[in-house]
Design a protein around this ligand. Structure first.
Ligand code: C5P
Length: 216
């Protein structure tokens, strides 16, 4: 399952995986862990050699929780919300543009998904990581709708938010993810494309499950 940032694809993937008895993994978490470690070690996000070295040395372990998602431990530590700040998101987006670092994380993802029975979500899962995946989805929504959802989420949490700034960040991230030279964000040729701009979460889950049940 691939798609732009902020489409709700993690929530959708997790609910669908739960329904199917599959595992769910958001691979953005792995890139975020790489961004986090880069910041922690005070390394420049464009230092190819050092960032790749960090990627090689990160040890990911997973635990299946009560929901379908695999809880990720980075070098034995659960980083939770620390991975979800704007700063870490930015660092993840920049370090993930380094081909040699991507190659390392891609290998780790293949190892995790080797046995199947998993919904894996990211930017290049259907195009690069698992080009032979049984079913591929590409989830999208307009930048304005994604910014609106993110804005509402922050306000609900009692945090400060500015719609225009959020929209600008979303556009910048889309551009960076889709124009990088290696594994740019794009739908796989055989992916089912779903525009969720005017769909509720439950509708998207229902739609995905019906496609899966029809195909398997
Ligand atoms: O999905 P999420 O927003 O958590 O991902 C963080 C960043 O990691 C993205 O902006 C993207 O640059 C990168 N990413 C990637 N390939 C993936 C998953 C995430 O490049 N498969």
């Amino acid at each position: 399952m691939d798609g732009t940032a902020g489409t709700g694809k993690s929530s959708v993937g997790m609910l669908a995986a739960k329904e199917l008895g599959y595992d769910f993994l958001s691979t953005g978490e792995m890139y975020r862990a790489l961004g986090y470690k880069t910041i922690e070690k005070k390394i420049a996000v464009d230092d190819v050699q050092k960032v790749t070295e960090i990627a090689k040395n990160i040890k990911f372990t997973f635990e299946r929780g009560t929901d379908a998602s695999l809880k990720m431990f980075v070098d034995g530590e659960y980083l939770g919300n620390k991975l979800h700040s704007e700063k870490v998101g930015e660092a993840a987006s920049k370090t993930s543009a380094i081909p040699s670092a991507r190659a390392v994380l891609t290998d780790k993802m293949r190892e995790i998904g080797r046995g199947g029975g998993i919904i894996m979500e990211g930017r290049d899962i259907g195009t690069v990581v698992f080009p032979d995946a049984e079913i591929k989805f590409y989830i999208d929504a307009t930048p304005e709708e994604r910014a609106k959802r993110r804005f509402n989420q922050l306000i609900q949490r009692g945090e400060k938010a500015d719609y225009e700034t959020i929209l600008e960040c979303i556009r910048a991230r889309d551009l960076r993810d889709s124009t990088r030279t290696v594994a740019p964000l794009k739908p796989a040729e055989d992916a089912f494309i779903i525009d969720t701009s005017s769909m509720a979460l439950e509708q998207v889950v229902e739609h995905i499950l019906s496609v899966i049940k029809e195909k398997i």
